[in-house]
Structure formats: structure tokens, C-alpha cells
Design a protein around this ligand. Sequence first.
Ligand code: ASP
Ligand code: MG
Length: 377
Amino acid sequence: MRIVQKYGGSSVADVPRIKGVAARVASARQAGHEVVVVVSAMGNTTNELLALARQLSASPGRRELDMLLSVGERVTMALLAMALQELGVSARSFTGSQSGIITDTAHSSARVVEVRPERIEAALQAGEVVIVAGFQGVSRDREVTTLGRGGSDTTAVVLAAALRADECELCSDVDGIWSADPRTVPSAVKLDELSLDEALAMARNGSRILFEEAVAWAHREGIQLRASRTEGGGSGSVVRPGAAPRPSRARAVVRDSELLFAPIGVLSGLEVPCVRAAGPWGAVLDARNLHTPVPAAVQVATVAVVGAGIGASPEWVQSALAAAEVSLAEPPIGWWSSADAVVLVVKSSAAASLERHLHFSFVERSGNSEESCSDSS
Ligand code: ASP
Ligand code: MG
């Protein structure tokens, strides 16, 4: 088999963990597989690099930011290659550019437009494990670009597609994909299986578990994904191509707490990327990729109920709004719905309790949770 494995920042946070990842990769290689490994920056490195930039400028230029942030993943790739070589496994690391990941020119949230993995192919043919720096590519203008915070997932999926890999495994410190964040919602359950439609709806509406562009790419190319925990086992989640097996049920509640709300009018005349949604009430901006101050913006969160078809039903939308009224002292700042989600914009301080409330009302009480599915089968 040919497999792509991606390791997130917490899985490679220090040298002992990098050694652990090397052992995990080595065992896949020793089982006879061809292995391509995509790595994130170690631990909190990307934030530390950003903090350095902010000491110099409130609004650093995006080209130089990409030059800076792309370094994080390069550190990991070289260290992991060394760790594998120490285990007697031949390994070679490549940057995004060397891997043939060609993007558009949108610095700090570039889109992949083409993948030409000739060097990776050659290294695999030569029996090497290939380590790729995630989160980065090169534009047609030959500039280094980055794919947006969380973008290493995209590197893994586009490579899995271009290399016709049999498996694309995304490894982190969480065992799979959950019906809500188990740190805020203790009754959340792991979703053993979900469709790419459902995963895409989760990613689009603020789940940080899988990166939106990565899921969108997997969706287009029909690539099955597996979300696994690096250390400590667990069965993970499988994300299968195609539609949800049982439409019209709430699968998950997702919360996105790294957002800014700008009242209507503030953005006119400003060149602001990262607009997640805009309505008559104002605009919601993705704070993680903004890299520039926006006057009068306040921190907000979105909490969304996600499930195939639910946002298309007016009754669902009405009951989600009613549930928010019941659980919040102040009404939501705004809301919107799409075919597969109802999204409420609230003050950051209200987000966790709303997440619990919506999970209870829609995922648990409706008997749609994983546990009750398996109970009845
Ligand atoms: N290191 C980047 C980030 O922190 C990319 C990634 O981890 O996927 O966002
Ligand atoms: Mg991630």
C-alpha cells in the first residue's frame, strides 16, 4: 500500500515525540508500505514565529510572513528525517516547493492549484520514506506561500490525491472526530464513521479538527480520510466519500472561538481578507489568518448545529434560534443557515454553554447520537 500520514503540531512538539512518530512511521515502512509523511510545525512554533513578527509590525507584510511561518514545518521535517535515519530507515525531507505543491499567489491563505510530486515519486521508487513540510507551497511567481492556519491537512490530502495513495491518515492528539468538543461538552461522543459531506459541513462551519480546504479537496477527489490519535491508540474516525447515510439528523455541534465581529460599515474601504460571513448585522472575520488590526472589531464565536439537510428545513432553523434564546441571556448577534448547518454568532463568553445546550437539544435528545445508533443496532 501507499500511505500518507500527517502529524499535527502536538504530535511533534518535542524530540521524544518526534522519536515516537519516527517509530510509528518506521513500523508502517517495515510492514512493506510506501510512506509519505506530512508534518506540522513543532508545538506552538507557528504562534511563536507570529509573535516575533508582531513585535516588529502590527500589520506585517504577507510575503515576509509566509517566509517566516513556512520555517516551522521545515524544522520538523528535517528532525523527523534524522530520527528515521537513526532507526536505520532511509528517509528524505522536502519543502512544499520541492514537493511540487503549486498555489495561487494569495499569501497566508493560498489555494493549491496543481501538484507535481515528481521528486516524491522518485524518492518512493528509491525506497525512501518521504517527509514533507506541511502548510506551504510555491506560487507560479516562485514565491513561498502558506495555506492558512491548519493547512498541513491540505498538504496531506493533495499529496494523497496526486500520488494515488491508498490511505490518508491525519494524526493528532485527539482520537477521531467528535459530536462536540469533549473538553466543553462531556457528553460528546466519537463519530466512528462520517461522510465527507458531513465532515465538510463541520469544517466549513468552524470545526478546527479538519481543515476546510483539505476536506473540500478530499470531497472532490473522493479520498477517504482517517482521523487517528498518534499516541495511545483508539479506533479513530473514518470519513468516507459520498453523502450522509441518514440525512436530516444533527451529527455535531461545532464552535469556532477565534473570530472577530465587525459592525456593518467598518470594513468598507478596507482590504480585509478572511470574511467568513457577512449579513445586514455585520461581518464575521477569521481572526487566525487576518494578521492585521480591524478597527472596532470585537471577539465573537460561532456555534453551529451541523447535519446533512438540516439548514434547509425552516423548522430546524427556528428551533435552533429558539434554543439559543432559552440558553443565552442576550440573543445571538447574528445567524445564518446553509443546506447542512445552522450557525449562530454569539459573544465569546456565551459560546461554551450554548455548545452544551445545542448538543443536548439536537444531538443527544433527538436520539441521534452515535451511542444510541449502536444501541439500536
Ligand atoms: N503550523 C501551521 C499552524 O499552526 C499549520 C498546521 O499546523 O497545520 O496553523
Ligand atoms: Mg489541524
